[in-house]
Design a protein around this ligand. Sequence first.
Ligand code: GLY
Ligand code: MN
Ligand code: MN
Length: 441
Amino acid sequence: MKLAQTVFKQRRDQLAQAMGPNSVAIIATSPVAMRNRDADYKYRADSSFYYLTGFAEPEAVAVIETGNDPDDYLYSLFCRERDREMEIWNGYRAGIDGAIDDYDADEAYAIDLLDEEILSKITHCEALYYRIAENVEFDARVTGWLAKLQQGRQFKLPTQLKPLDAIVDEMRLFKTAAEIELMQTAADISAQAHTRAMQSVRPGMMEYALEAELNYIFGQHGCVPAYGSIVGGGANACILHYVENDQELKEGDLVLIDAGCEYQYYAGDISRTFPVNGRFSPQQKALYQVVLDAQLAAIEQIHVGVSYKQPHYAAVRVLVTGLVALGLLQGDVDELINTEAYHRFYMHGTGHWLGIDVHDVGEYQVDAAPRPFEAGMVITVEPGLYIAPDDQTVDEQWRGIGIRIEDDVLVTAQGPHVLTAKVVKTIEDIEQLMANARLSS
Ligand code: GLY
Ligand code: MN
Ligand code: MN
């Protein structure tokens, strides 16, 4: 399901209202990124640009001018012109007519005319909204336009320069029903991919071969990975951003997978950790249960009005209590929390906003305090424990075990709603799923 053009229009309406009268917003999409000679990375539009336009082609800039009445703003889209030859080589373009007819632009121009047309749009405005410091080359272009206004006698500089992020990021933080539907689909496909990975893993398999099982499900749904998938067997799971995925999965080891798909521009973000041979060892079981208990305790905290930090605090308490019980930490739980003695085994936060970006936009602090949850926010909950393979301070039996369990949670007035509940996570359910898969293969 694709979002209707009316959704993107509503977002522009909301942006124009928030900008106020006599303001202009400039929103550029991402540049094409080169992989190597004559080979580009698959193009992905800038998240905020797409959020406001639904336009996925490269080389495009949207301009919103509110004039005296923000309800009656002007939306201009600068984009590539249609070009028969270029389209034969590189594919279809909406062109100027398409920008107006299919993307609801009031005016559309060839992207080559941007430098020429923009000056009259931004001169005399009271506030110019722009996302500074995301694209250095485009920043230089904007500065160049301002310099021209400064020098030109017929022009006048905008009175204020304002960060577009303050408005758009706040809008993106709160998901509408239509967005939640897309995120549920992204979560379902991601869950299906993790389920397939649990069913297909075997000792001796390469990590990249297991990654291919995830990609098979993503690809079957027209999705791409929302970020570089992590498939780490054994001690590789202790490397937080392990993406090489080029080692053999060994009998007796766990494998940690952190992977999610991007569906219609919305990300899923799931981590699961399971035994390569289908059965947890006693040590793996003990540590896994601590992480799972921490994750469940963290999810419990997700209620409207509760600080976004609360899940982290809840997770840390359960993790530290568990580490003490297993003899990996010694001392008083409160003291170990206060001195962050657990940091050696748990060195990252417990969650982040999720949406069009996997690490989505939106402030975490409001009035210098951690922000309280509100309905419509989506946050990940991803505690873990990582016992370094060379950590001489712990008994050998624990070394080289890395575990993370991550789900995506929608904040609702009724409490936490786990979008990624379709992939199992208890020890019993994982072993059962893996045993069934082995029986039937
Ligand atoms: N996969 C990135 C993260 O979990 O934050
Ligand atoms: Mn995450
Ligand atoms: Mn993740």
